[in-house]
Design a protein around this ligand. Structure first.
Ligand code: SF4
Length: 379
């Protein structure tokens, strides 16, 4: 069902804020991020505050808030908190709402974390990526491995008791042994959540060009599968639950914001390049904001259309997306709600790719390697 604004006023909406700045551009990054500094950053912050304060969803409470990017902690404390205050005013958080900021270990310290915690952030997601300095250098990250430990210590001291570490495997020249070492270092820091992703080479990145020139030596598929299996077994040993293909949490601490995406729920997006999916009149519209900070600021200033693109999502498109995204989660999908045909479920069960009960189906351990094939069969 497509939620109306009246329904969202009761259930709340997930709120995403995109901060499009980073100290440098990493070689593998295809996110909407710019290595910019100075006046444009300040102008963008002011434009973001203005966009948020004139939201058509003003007054709809936030069920989750997520500051991502880019690097939210690249902003000065006052800049970050002025955007955050606008969000709190426009979308008062529901009791117990998860409020996350991504952070780069090279752009944080205790005073900044303390101010963020004091303002109401209650979850930090640290882009650690690797504990090996040579990997970090190769990836184009600005931090050194020691700064990850320092940032975790500062976050804990500032009062954050819900902390995620992002790590990547399948890095250039990475061995399974090196990946195991990374997992050991990450687990020793006792995070509540781990996001463990395999590096993908995206077009329009420096890595893509190197890849075309044959200059990237990546672990082969079998090694990547070994690394992924290691993620599952090591996290399980340490009391984590895998609740999504790449995400592992201590019980009860799965990322509520990302779950909203994977369930195909409504989310409001603010900032340059932010994506949102919200009811507009009778329709459910997914939009992307203008991506470049200059164009975005100009549009906000002139009160012009902020959208880079937008599309109305039909109930059938939403159904297909919910199947594809829902399969990523260990809880899987509701067979009746998503009108899954019995014969398709039976076929996949025979292949051993799914597990099911009367109401739900989810990928089996074997099926996780065939997520796209399962989705195609179901839609
Ligand atoms: S820190 Fe993240 S968003 Fe920024 S350039 Fe690196 S990968 Fe991209």
């Amino acid at each position: 069902m497509i939620p109306s604004i009246e329904i969202l006023a009761t259930t709340g909406v997930a709120v995403y804020v995109h901060v499009p700045f980073c100290p440098t551009k990493c070689g593998y990054c295809d996110f909407n991020s710019y290595a910019m500094n100075g006046e444009i950053v300040d102008r963008t912050v002011q434009a973001m505050v203005r966009e948020i304060r004139s939201s058509p969803l003003t007054g709809v409470p936030a069920k989750t808030i997520f500051f991502g990017g880019g690097t939210p902690t690249f902003l000065a404390e006052e800049q970050l908190l002025s955007v955050f205050q606008a969000v709190l005013d426009v979308h008062p958080p529901l009791p117990g709402a998860e409020i996350t900021s991504e952070a780069n270990p090279g752009t944080v310290d205790m005073p900044k974390f303390k101010s963020m915690r004091g303002a109401g952030f209650n979850r930090i997601s640290l882009g650690a990526q690797s504990f090996l300095d040579s990997d970090l250098l190769r990836l184009g990250r600005i931090h050194k491995s020691g700064e990850i430990e320092r940032a975790v210590g500062a976050a804990r001291e500032a009062g954050f008791d819900n902390l995620n570490l992002d790590l990547m495997f399948g890095l250039p020249n990475q061995s399974t042994h090196a990946w195991k070492e990374n997992l050991t270092r990450a687990l020793a820091l006792k995070p509540e959540h781990l996001s463990l992703y395999c590096l993908t080479i995206e077009q329009n990145t420096a890595f893509y060009k190197e890849h075309l020139r044959g200059q990237l030596v990546l672990p082969d598929d079998e090694v990547q599968v070994e690394m992924y299996d290691e993620c599952i077994s090591r996290t399980l040993e340490q009391g984590f639950e895998q609740y999504e293909i790449s995400n592992f949490s201590k019980p009860g601490l799965a990322c509520q914001h990302n779950i909203c995406y994977w369930r195909g729920e409504a989310y409001a997006g603010y900032g340059p390049g932010a994506v949102g999916a919200v009811p507009v009149g009778e329709e459910f519209v997914r939009y992307t904001n203008l991506k470049h900070p200059d164009g975005y600021c100009e549009a906000v200033q002139k009160g012009a259309n902020l959208r880079f693109e937008s599309e109305s999502l039909s109930p059938e498109t939403l159904r297909v997306e919910r199947i594809m995204l829902g399969l990523r989660m260990n809880n899987g999908i509701n067979l009746k709600d998503l009108q899954i045909p019995d014969f398709a479920v039976a076929k996949l069960e025979t292949r051993g790719w799914i597990e099911r009960n009367d109401q739900h189906m989810s990928l089996s351990a074997q099926g996780r390697h065939f997520c796209s094939e399962v989705a195609l069969e179901l839609i």
